[in-house]
Design a protein. Structure first.
Length: 148
């Protein structure tokens, strides 16, 4: 009986691990489906050469490095919407707060996809990440807007 209980415990543990793996794969698939629906091609490597003009090409969408005088008006709609929501927020915001404001369902895949876009905007100088997962307009952009 003890041997069977040990086998059941081991199998239960293995089943839980497989369920967690399946959930991660499901989220990944949903994220990839979202990218495909938006016409975004995944980058082949993180060391891809940057195009002239400083933008990072992600499929047909470009996220340009922020420079003085630039606005989000030249972004693809989803990036423009994200930047506008962060700009209009009274304080730092999380991806899960942005998703419904840009018209997406509050699903894990949508939140993770938005988080990836937020991180890309941080890399390009449009946003700052105050602490893990909390995003604000970049300090440089805030200074420029207050100087106007």
């Amino acid at each position: 009986m003890e041997e069977l209980e040990g086998q059941i415990a081991a199998l239960t543990s293995r089943l839980e691990a497989e369920r967690r793996q399946l959930e991660r794969l499901t989220v990944t698939r949903e994220t990839l489906d979202e990218f495909a629906a938006e016409g975004i091609a995944l980058e082949a490597s993180a060391s891809a050469a940057e195009p002239v003009g400083g933008g990072q090409v992600v499929g047909a969408q470009t996220v340009t490095v922020w420079r003085k005088g630039m606005t989000s008006a030249d972004f693809p709609p989803v990036y423009r919407d994200i930047v506008d929501v962060v700009d209009d927020a009274p304080g730092p915001v999380q991806a899960k707060q942005i998703v419904p404001r840009i018209g997406l369902p509050a699903q894990t895949a949508k939140i993770e996809g938005t988080r990836g876009k937020l991180k890309r905007l941080v890399e390009r100088g449009w946003l700052d990440e105050q602490s893990a997962g909390l995003f604000t307009p970049s300090a440089r952009r805030r200074a420029e807007r207050s100087a106007r």
